[in-house]
Ligand binder design. Structure first.
Ligand code: NAD
Length: 499
């Protein structure tokens, strides 16, 4: 399929080059070739976009429109995403290395459904009347914040963009979106569809560019009311600093994770558990913020689970993302691949035991092999699954640090309390899972696991109707659900004297 896609910034309803004309090369991790030359936005471009967003907000055509009208536009956006699904899936797969089947079945429909959901919801949200004496009527309503900056990572560009844009736009805000430099193309294509759906000029702007340039300029802009950020802990902290050093704008943070999969002795069907764990860590090559990267297993079933995980891991063979049956595509970039390998090398040096080594290219699994480069497509950033045992040392870096690659650690626990202690022994708190047949144990652990989402006897089940976000170093924002509307609105009290 010959693909055409926009490569310039989208500001005030049209595609434009950077003020200084600069571009950068956007590379596909499938084979390391250049996909496109993309606008390299910087401070001047962010300023133009924020000014357009502010003008559009102040004009009120969107902010004060009947919510049902905004809803219709978002529903139309959803329809357009479905109409352009194949093209968007191809763009997303080439830009990120996602297997094409995941781009078709998860990324595009996930984003499209998110726009529809907020489109359908926004005219069904009511305000409140405060309990006052009879001589007053005190109305409590929500109104949009104004100009929202959305800064997103490269791991699920379309989906995370939709999680930000849909509630922010539904609530009546104007938005300036800064996609990750590695994966700007689907957001740029989305801008065109948004305009076609009826989003007024200036209400949605997309400025591609580098974090330290366009990202920082957005974070520091004095006329941005809020930044909704998804990405690493380190950069999340920078956005808090940018806010403090500029206008004290609101900042919501969706950050990293190191999610535990707690498997207790009475877990039903260990094969099904092993398969769920495999998908939970190897899907998208482990580049998922809530990836279930740590297994904490009761010692009574540890050997059996380890064996089953070994054979599940063997089923994830890196392959060409463009091939229809690929389930493990490329990592986002050669640099990121090197970073993941660095974590594995350190784990080996630290004494973690290899349970499953990287696929070596001929179907043979060599548990002692170094992390061998595997490239189903020459020049691409590929890596097979790694499973390591770190039962002897819960403090090991590979257990504590977010790797963001297809790397799973196993730790054994003596009993339920020990499992809970190991599971909570992390600075993160995004998600966790418990596998047990005992409903009381499941409930007790669900209450005590420090995570924004706890799954019981499943992993990664989700819906746009449920909030998603973290605790502790995983941040404090919540994407999805009606609660996300709160994050893009502020309360207004109107007190009417009746005397
Ligand atoms: P990142 O923090 O490096 O980049 C995220 C965004 O911030 C990008 O758009 C980038 O250009 C921008 N950025 C980078 N440096 C910046 C700077 N100095 N100033 C301003 N902006 C800057 O993260 P990443 O590598 O793109 O994504 C991976 C991280 O995102 C992982 O830690 C992952 O766990 C996290 N993540 C979290 C969630 C969640 O919902 N909690 C979802 C997906 C990814």
């Amino acid at each position: 399929m010959t693909l055409t896609f926009p490569t310039e910034a989208f500001i005030n309803g049209r595609y434009v080059a950077a003020a200084d004309g600069r571009t950068y090369e956007c590379v596909t991790p499938r084979d390391g070739s250049v996909l496109a030359s993309v606008t390299r936005g910087d401070t001047a471009d962010i300023s133009r976009a924020v000014a357009a967003a502010r003008r559009a907000f102040d004009a009120g055509d969107w902010a004060y429109a009947d919510p049902a009208q905004r809803g219709r536009v978002l529903i139309r956006m959803s329809e357009l995403l479905f109409e352009h699904a194949e093209r968007l899936a191809q763009i997303e797969s080439r830009d990120t290395g996602h297997p094409i089947s995941d781009a078709r079945n998860v990324d595009v429909p996930g984003a499209a459904r998110c726009f529809a959901w907020y489109g359908q919801a926004v005219d069904k949200v009511y305000g409140e009347i405060a309990p006052t004496a009879g001589d007053a009527l005190a109305l409590i309503g929500r109104e949009p914040l104004g100009v929202v900056g959305a800064v997103v990572p490269w791991n699920y560009p379309l989906i995370i963009t939709a999680w930000k844009l849909a509630p922010a736009l539904a609530a009546g805000n104007s938005v300036v979106l800064k996609p990750a430099e590695q994966s700007p193309l689907s957001a740029l294509a989305l801008a065109e569809l948004a305009a076609e759906a009826g989003i007024p000029d200036g209400v949605l702007n997309v400025v591609p560019g580098f974090g330290e340039e366009a990202g920082q300029a957005l974070g520091r802009h004095p006329d941005v009311d809020k930044v909704a950020f998804t990405g690493s802990v380190e950069v999340g902290r920078l956005f808090q600093r940018y806010a403090g050093e500029s206008n004290g704008k609101q900042v919501s943070l969706e950050l990293g994770g190191k999610s535990p999969q707690v498997v207790l002795a009475d877990a039903a069907d260990l094969q099904a558990v092993a398969e769920a764990i495999g998908w939970g860590i190897f899907y998208n090559a482990g580049q998922t913020c809530h990836a279930g990267s740590r297994v904490v297993v009761h010692e009574a079933v540890a050997d059996e689970l380890r064996e089953r995980l070994r054979s599940v891991a063997a089923g994830f063979v890196p392959a060409d993302p463009a091939a229809e049956d690929t389930i493990l595509g490329a990592l986002i970039s050669a640099e990121h691949l090197e970073s993941v390998r660095g974590h594995v090398r350190r784990a080996r040096d630290d004494g973690a035991a290899i349970v499953y080594g990287e696929w070596t290219g001929d179907g043979h699994v060599d548990p002692t092999a170094q992390v061998a480069p595997v490239a189903p497509v020459a020049g691409g950033a590929y890596m097979g699954p790694i499973v390591l045992d770190s039962s002897d040392d819960p403090a090991r870096a590979i257990v504590q640090d977010e790797v963001f690659g297809p790397v799973l650690t196993i730790q054994t626990a003596r009993d339920v309390d020990h499992a809970l202690q190991l599971a909570n022994d992390t600075r993160y708190g995004l998600a966790a899972a418990v596998w047990t047949r005992d409903v009381s144990t499941a409930g007790r652990l669900a209450r005590r696991l420090r995570a924004g989402t706890v799954w019981v006897n499943t992993f990664d089940a989700s819906s746009v109707a449920t909030p998603f976000g973290g605790m502790r170093d995983s941040g404090h924002g919540r994407d999805r659900s009606l609660h996300a509307l709160d994050a893009y609105t502020q309360l207004k009290t109107t007190w009417i004297s009746l005397t």
